[in-house]
Ligand binder design. Structure first.
Ligand SMILES: [Zn+2]
Length: 258
C-alpha cells in the first residue's frame, strides 16, 4: 500500500512546506481520505485516477480542496467523483458547501458523459468498499460527527484516526486487526494547550501517549499527522521528549510504501 500525506502550503522558495493546514491522505494514487488540499497539491496521475474520496468529517481543513477538485475535472470526467460519507456529513456538505452560494451543487450536475459527483452513504460503524480498498468505519470523538477508519487492500491494513480526542473504540478495533501495518494518529496541540485540545476534541503529546497505552500491537508503527502548523515544532519536541515507543511524525509529501 502506498500512502502520501499531501502538502498544504508552500515555503518562501515556492516548494512544498511541512506546515500542514489541511489533511489529504492519498492511498495508492487512487483513493483519498479527506480532501483538504486535494485540488491544490495532487499530482497529474492522482488527478487522473482518484475518483473515490472518503471523508472523516466535514471540517474545512478536511474538505477545502474538494469543490475545486471536482471543478477541475468537470468536463473530462467519464465517471462521477464518489464521496463516501455518512448522512450527517452529506447533509452538511449540501447545506453549507454545495449550495449554489458557496459553490455549485455538483450532485445535481452532469457533463456529456454523465453525473460528475455522487454521494455513497454509509452508516457510522459500518464497513464499505471504495475502489480496491475495504473500509471499516469507527466512531471517534470530535466536535462534529467524525469517523476513523481501518483500511484494507486485502493484504494489509492501516488505521487512521482523523481528528479525535481521547478514544477507546478506535484502539479496540486496532487491537483486533491482525494485519495492521501502520496507524496514523492526530496530535494537533502542544501540552500547554490541553484545555483547548479537550474542548475541541484533539490530542496533545501527553494525551496521545496515554491513549496509546490502549494499543497493544508493539510492532506497529504509529505516524503522527495533523499537527497545527503554528505549534508544529513544539509538538514535535514534546513528542520526542515523551519518548513514546513506535511513534514518529509523518513526513508531509513523502510516499510511504508499506
Ligand atoms: Zn476537525
Amino acid at each position: 500500500m502506498r500512502i502520501q500525506l499531501l502538502p498544504s502550503t508552500i515555503d518562501e522558495n515556492g516548494r512544498a512546506s511541512a506546515r500542514q493546514h489541511m489533511l489529504t491522505l492519498v492511498i495508492d494514487d487512487r483513493v483519498t481520505i479527506d480532501a483538504g488540499s486535494l485540488a491544490f497539491a495532487c499530482t497529474d496521475t492522482q488527478r487522473e485516477n482518484i475518483r473515490d474520496i472518503v471523508l472523516t468529517h466535514t471540517h474545512l481543513d478536511h474538505i477545502a480542496g474538494l469543490p475545486m477538485f471536482i471543478d477541475d475535472l468537470f468536463a473530462t470526467l467519464t465517471e462521477p467523483i464518489r464521496i463516501h460519507a455518512t448522512r450527517v456529513m452529506i447533509d452538511i456538505l449540501e447545506k453549507h458547501i454545495f449550495n449554489w452560494s458557496i459553490y455549485p451543487s455538483f450532485s445535481e450536475l452532469s457533463n456529456d458523459k454523465g453525473r460528475v459527483m455522487e454521494y455513497v452513504e454509509y452508516e457510522r460503524g459500518a464497513a464499505f468498499k471504495a475502489a480496491h480498498l475495504s473500509f471499516q468505519s469507527v466512531a471517534v470523538k470530535h466536535d462534529v460527527e467524525a469517523n476513523g477508519y481501518i483500511v484494507s487492500d486485502g493484504e494489509m491494513s492501516i488505521a487512521i484516526t482523523g481528528d479525535t480526542g481521547r478514544t477507546d473504540e478506535f484502539w479496540q478495533v486496532c487491537n483486533k486487526t491482525d494485519d495492521l501495518r501502520a496507524v496514523f494518529v492526530e496530535c494537533a496541540f502542544p501540552d500547554e494547550l490541553g484545555g483547548l485540545a479537550n474542548i475541541s476534541c484533539h490530542l496533545t503529546p501527553s494525551t496521545l501517549k496515554s491513549d496509546l497505552e490502549k494499543f497493544h500491537n508493539a510492532d506497529c508503527p504509529v505516524y503522527v499527522i495533523n499537527l497545527k502548523p503554528v505549534y508544529r515544532e513544539t509538538v514535535i519536541k514534546q513528542l520526542t521528549d515523551a519518548n513514546i515507543p513506535r511513534v514518529q511524525v509523518l513526513d508531509v509529501g513523502n510516499v510511504y510504501e508499506l
